[in-house]
Design a protein around this ligand. Sequence first.
Ligand code: NDP
Length: 254
Amino acid sequence: MKMFDLTGRVAVVTGGNGGIGLGMAEGLAEAGAAVVVAGRNAEKNGAAVATLEAKGGRAIAIAVDVTDEASVKALMAEAEKAMGRIDILVNNAGINIRKRPEEYVLSEWMEVIQTNLTSAFLCSHAVHPAMKRAGAGKIINIGSMMSIFGAPFTSAYAASKGGIVQFSRALATAWAVDNIQVNAILPGWIDTALTRRAREQVRGMHERILSRTPAGRWGTPEDHAGIAVFLASAASDFVTGTAIPVDGGYSVQG
Ligand code: NDP
């Protein structure tokens, strides 16, 4: 459909080289966008570009550390130079350090907050001039169900993801004047490298999640392709400041 058509648009996807980021990048590429894959690992970035190209998409890789301001600025400058414009930013790169709060040390706390939350500030700030030049923009921030719930092993992670939701709302109000829409996606339990270790180590976790998810399964990266296209396209031009769960009903179950 024309309103979902992203032909001629350029999307920068942080952490686009695997997991949910790659799932969204595939959706954006299928809808016609050229994708800049931006993770730290050059080998993984290259493999993701090959995956997108094999499916008929246009993509390039630019290595970035989203916690580093100079690296983020260089990413946006290089992406705009190579592709001519930037229309869509997906702030997806993220990590978790699973520990009880009393076991956390400051450096671990900072690593999680900087990777998951400060990165969204740095990337949005760095892309703002390009979106103003383009006369429009779409920013999609990846939050989490943990912005709604508490859990003993996720203090820094939940704080960062709660911050993502509020940052999205503030940015949406500030940049509406620039015709930039800012929204958050809140993934539920998704089968990726991020959750795999916990699922393998915590006995019964896999089954517990299955039994508490109305959809009866774990989510996949591909489950995020459609929502990414919606939030990146003209179909969502009057949608801003929202936080949309993609969780198979986990967060609404009584
Ligand atoms: P993965 O571990 O599969 O992917 C994380 C991505 O982030 C990788 O591509 C990694 O690339 C990139 N990344 C991490 N740190 C940096 C950094 N400093 N600079 C640049 N890139 C970085 O995790 P998911 O796909 O599961 O997670 C994607 C997002 O979804 C995260 O924000 C996560 O919090 C969120 N989420 C995930 C859920 C799940 O159940 N899986 C649930 C809720 C939210 P590289 O290694 O090359 O740097």
